[in-house]
Design a protein around this ligand. Structure first.
Ligand code: SF4
Length: 219
């Protein structure tokens, strides 16, 4: 398929045009949104770099005028410099089209840059949900604390003062998860109660939810 066919497919499936000209114009508009020009329309995906291919995929997602887009590791396969370009494009598209993203990523610096709210997950469970700056400045759940202690800090003095929290052991298999709290086999604060039941995600401050039996004890 050419780039034009790829981006035009959702328009065909959902019958979102009334003439060939309208279809063509809409494809060029979508390509413009993601920084591709009209000369790219007749070319094939294998002729493009990884970053440009990601732009083609995003243009295709935008074809149905969504309000909400799930972005599952959209930049993890790209070089760092290209990642920055694509992330900036996500920001611009959000402002321009009023989009909401559910952005799934492992790179904590990327997550911080793109997010308004962050859900930290461990073994498939949300363990903490809060505004991005709150999580980065003051993580509450023991797993969030350990995770964020691993974020590189560009200031050597601050980096020396920050203690990295290294967890013992490996992540258990989700097929054979521990009883009770899924984090208890690696948590430095685990107690007997942690093995008995799964902690519920509970609001501990306005807009801030944590799943930990001992959150009020560990401070
Ligand atoms: S419930 Fe227990 S094991 Fe789980 S995070 Fe809290 S203290 Fe750690």
């Amino acid at each position: 398929m050419t780039v034009s066919d790829i981006i035009g497919e959702p328009l065909d499936v959902h019958k979102l045009y009334s003439s060939k000209e309208e279809r063509h114009d809409r494809i060029l508009e979508l390509m413009g949104y993601v920084g591709l020009n009209s000369e790219h329309a007749a070319r094939y995906a294998h002729e493009f770099s990884g970053g440009q291919r990601q732009r083609i995929g995003i243009a295709r997602a935008l074809a149905v005028s969504p309000e909400f887009i799930v972005c599952d590791e959209p930049v993890s396969a790209l070089d760092v410099s290209i990642q920055a370009q694509v992330i900036n494009m996500f920001d611009e598209l959000q402002d321009r089209l009023g989009l909401t993203y559910l952005f799934i990523a492992h790179d904590l610096l990327v997550v911080r840059h793109i997010s308004d709210r962050i859900a930290v997950m461990y073994l498939g469970h949300i363990v903490e949900l809060a505004d991005a700056e709150e999580i980065y400045n003051h993580p509450l759940h023991p797993y969030s604390r350990s995770l964020l202690s691993a974020v590189p800090v560009p200031d050597p003095n601050t980096a020396r003062a920050n203690k990295r929290i290294v967890l013992a052991g490996d992540i258990p298999s989700p097929l054979n998860a521990p009883s009770g709290c899924p984090f208890r086999t690696r948590c430095p604060y685990a107690a007997d109660c942690c093995a008995e039941s799964m902690p519920e995600l509970t609001e501990v401050e306005p807009g801030r939810l944590v799943a930990c039996h001992r959150i009020h004890e560990i401070g």
